[in-house]
Unconditional design. Structure first.
Length: 300
C-alpha cells in the first residue's frame, strides 16, 4: 500500500516553492508519495515528486498532514486533518508558531522522524458550533482555537447575552466575544486578556472583547458545559461569526450561537515530550534566569 502525506505550505510565499521540492524529494526517498491540494499544486511550476490531491478533501487517503508555515497555515490545514481524522504536524515558517512542532533548522531530522513514524499523537479539544435563527439551524462549523462573535462594523458595537448551561449569565455591549479551547488560549483569547490554559486541562474559555459592562471578565467553564451567545438589542450593529480566524459568516439579527465541546479532536503529532511550561517560556521569551529548581532532597 502506498504511503501518502499531504503537504500544506504557506500559500503566498514564493520561497516555499524550493522548500516544497526539498521536502517532497526527502519523503520520496522513504517511498512516501507527497500530495498537495489542487489549488496549491497549480501554484508550483517545478513539481518533481508531487501529485495533486483529491478535490473533496486533499487529506483523503493520507496518513498525515505536514504543514510548512505559521499558526495561520496550520489552522487552515487542520480543517483537512480533522475531516479525514488523521494527525497534523507543523514546521514553523511563520512568526511565533505556537502550534508548530519543529523549526526550519531541524528540517531534515524532522522529515526523517515523520517518515519513520517516530512521533506520538496528542489529541486537542475542539469546539462544535451551531448558529440558530429562531428555531431554524442555519449554519454549523467547528474550531480548534476559537470561535468569535464580533461586530461587523467599526462604527457600532454589538449587544450579547451570555448563557451557560441554559442559564443567563450577563449582557455585554461589546466589540465581540471569544469562545476558545485550551489550545486557543495562547492566541486571540490571550491577546484579549484571557488566561493561558494548559492543553490537558479541557475547558471552554469565554473572553469578552472591549465590553462595556461591570461584570465582563474572562471565564473558564467545564468542557461539558454548553455556552450560548445571543444577539440582542434593536439599535446594535451587525455581527459576524469567525472560526479559527479563517472562516466567517454573517449573523442575522437576534441569532443564537451555541458552542459545545466537539465530538472529534484534532490529533497533533508531537516529536518529543517537551513540557508545556517550556514551550511557553521558549515561544514568549519569558525571563527565568535565577531559577534554581528543586533541591536534591525536595519532594515533588
Amino acid at each position: 500500500m502506498t504511503r501518502r502525506i499531504l503537504l500544506a505550505p504557506h500559500g503566498r510565499r514564493t520561497d516555499m516553492h524550493q522548500l516544497v521540492g526539498v521536502v517532497a524529494t526527502q519523503l520520496a526517498a522513504h517511498n512516501i508519495e507527497c500530495v498537495m491540494s489542487p489549488d496549491t499544486y497549480q501554484q508550483h511550476d517545478d513539481k518533481p515528486n508531487l501529485t495533486p490531491a483529491d478535490h473533496t478533501n486533499p487529506a483523503n487517503g493520507c496518513e498525515l498532514v505536514l504543514v510548512l508555515g505559521g499558526d495561520g497555515t496550520i489552522l487552515r490545514a487542520a480543517h483537512w486533518a480533522h475531516t479525514a481524522d488523521i494527525p497534523l504536524i507543523g514546521i514553523n515558517y511563520g512568526h511565533v508558531g505556537f502550534l508548530a512542532e519543529a523549526e526550519p533548522n531541524n528540517l531534515a531530522t524532522t522529515i526523517d522522524r515523520i517518515a519513520t513514524g517516530n512521533y506520538h499523537i496528542h489529541p486537542r479539544m475542539t469546539l462544535a458550533i451551531e448558529v440558530w435563527n429562531g428555531d431554524q439551524l442555519i449554519d454549523t462549523d467547528w474550531a480548534l482555537n476559537e470561535v468569535t462573535v464580533e461586530k461587523a462594523s467599526r462604527a457600532r458595537m454589538i449587544q450579547t447575552i451570555i448563557e451557560i448551561d441554559d442559564r443567563p449569565l450577563s449582557t455585554w455591549g461589546c466589540d465581540g466575544v471569544i469562545l476558545a479551547t485550551p489550545t486557543g488560549s495562547t492566541a486571540y483569547a490571550f491577546s484579549s486578556g484571557g488566561p493561558v490554559v494548559w492543553p490537558d486541562a479541557d475547558s471552554i474559555l469565554i473572553v469578552p472583547i472591549a465590553a462595556h459592562a461591570l461584570f465582563a471578565r474572562p471565564m473558564v467553564v467545564s468542557p461539558t458545559s454548553v455556552v450560548a451567545v445571543e444577539l440582542s438589542g434593536h439599535d446594535m450593529g451587525a455581527a459576524i461569526l469567525v472560526s479559527d480566524g479563517c472562516r466567517s459568516t454573517d449573523l442575522p439579527p437576534h441569532s443564537r450561537i451555541v458552542i459545545r465541546r466537539g465530538e472529534k479532536p484534532v490529533h497533533l503529532a508531537k516529536l518529543d515530550n517537551e513540557p508545556f511550561t517550556d514551550r511557553i517560556v521558549h515561544k514568549f521569551h519569558l525571563p527565568v534566569r535565577g531559577w534554581r529548581g528543586a533541591g536534591p532532597t525536595e519532594e515533588r
